[in-house]
Ligand binder design. Sequence first.
Ligand code: PNS
Length: 160
Amino acid sequence: MISVVCPGSYDPATNGHLDIIERCSRLFDEVVVAVLINKSKKGLFSIDERMAMLREVTAEYGNVRVDSWHGLLVDYCRDNGIPAIAKGLRAVSDFDYELQMSQMNQRLSGVETLFISTNPEYSFLSSSLVKEIATYGGDVSHLVPELIQQRLLDRVAELG
Ligand code: PNS
């Protein structure tokens, strides 16, 4: 069985993330969506909330599992026997840093990174922009699944 990991902050997941996860689910036996914990970044959603949302929006794919990890991605891959990392590339601006990380991860552990070109429909999309738009009352219905839109609206209302 060949697994791939789709790592990220997922604060929250967007339609762009889901597009990559769905496409990976057709290519691999198993897709592990790993929410990477970055203690220096205060998120809008807790790690548990992000994982719960991801589980709900990926439930329709039979071969997607959601997990979290604090530490190096290569250590997660090693501990879980995962040989490959999948990353979406939205634009050239993503490329430099992604290339650097993929080469470092390859050097650290031999794990391979596969780049998937983002669906052009989502090439402008990021979790940060979605949060900003939602915070100022903009419409994010075409950017995230309905369930995540609702959680965003609830969170923005809670924060006043
Ligand atoms: O959704 P993001 O924030 O763009 O995801 C970036 C992420 C979490 C995939 C990346 O920062 C990462 O892999 N972090 C784990 C820590 C790590 O392995 N760092 C060394 C990278 S060479």
